[in-house]
Design a protein around this ligand. Structure first.
Ligand SMILES: Nc1ncnc2c1ncn2[C@@H]1O[C@H](COP(=O)(O)OP(=O)(O)OP(=O)(O)O)[C@@H](O)[C@H]1O
Ligand SMILES: [Mg+2]
Length: 239
């Protein structure tokens, strides 16, 4: 993913960087990711996608939020769901508050339509809401499964932001709800053995890994070719 790695950008926490009016290199790389997903998913079997990475701060929330905006710009109905109930972040790129979310659905018995937040990007978002004392129990509950299954009927894509695989084992429960995972790797930051370990854990949990997204790529060092990695992966999988 061709984001320019510089201090200013890193300091800007979880932002929407795609801009359909301005076809810059970042917007272009998200468009390519979106096109790969749509191509790979020509028969519409993939509706629920999770984003994972080995360790924290590899760009998951940023990638899934910008992917959501890119899919929505293409006329698709997209719901982004907070799947990291310990460190919720999906409200940030959309400047939403974190009130009234999964907590209220689970504990206060609010209906899904009462907790969905609409954004100016045409992306709907479900945030966590109040602190949840037993995140794994919530993620693995029938009620949470019902939330995702109901959302599948209304939306073209349901995207779930996840905690890092090597830190939190919730990916096991989330994978039971999703049709596939995108795997983020922070270029030049994540160690090979961490990537291997996380991929092995995801495979053991029988998660369908759709492709890898490289983040934190220094465009000056690497030129503009890097997104080919995940395009190739998608094409290979489709065969
Ligand atoms: N491709 C990128 N290039 C450079 N910086 C990035 C990139 N993606 C995200 N960042 C920056 O890196 C930081 C971490 O990003 P983000 O919160 O998306 O990661 P995360 O994997 O979701 O983290 P966590 O595991 O804590 O949820 C943020 O400050 C963000 O602005
Ligand atoms: Mg995150």
């Amino acid at each position: 993913m061709l984001f320019k790695k510089n201090k200013n950008f890193i300091n800007r926490k979880n932002v929407i960087v795609v801009d359909k009016e301005n076809n810059d290199v970042i917007t272009e790389s998200f468009n390519r990711l979106k096109d790969n997903i749509l191509f790979f998913n020509a028969d519409n079997k993939i509706k629920v996608i999770q984003i994972s990475s080995s360790t924290a701060c590899e760009g998951k929330t940023t990638v899934i939020s910008n992917l959501a905006v890119t899919l929505a710009s293409n006329g698709l109905k997209v719901l982004l769901v907070e799947g990291d109930l310990r460190s919720p972040r999906v409200h940030r790129p959309f400047n939403l508050d974190n009130e009234n979310g999964i907590y209220d659905y689970m504990i206060q018995n609010k209906k899904i339509e009462e907790i969905v937040k609409h954004t100016s990007y045409n992306v709907d978002v479900i945030t966590r809401g109040d602190k949840i004392s037993n995140p794994s129990a919530v993620i693995s509950s029938l009620k949470f499964r019902n939330l995702i299954n109901t959302a599948k009927e209304t939306y073209d894509y349901v995207l779930i932001d996840c905690p890092p695989v090597l830190d939190i084992s919730d990916y096991i429960h989330i994978s039971a709800l999703t049709d596939g995972a995108l795997f983020c790797v922070a270029y030049g930051q994540t160690k090979k053995h961490q990537v291997k370990e996380a991929i092995n854990l995801l495979k053991q949990a029988q998660i369908n890994i759709l492709g890898t997204v490289y983040t934190m790529v220094d465009t000056k060092e690497n030129g503009y070719y890097t997104s080919g990695h995940y395009s190739n992966y998608y094409l290979k999988n489709k065969e």
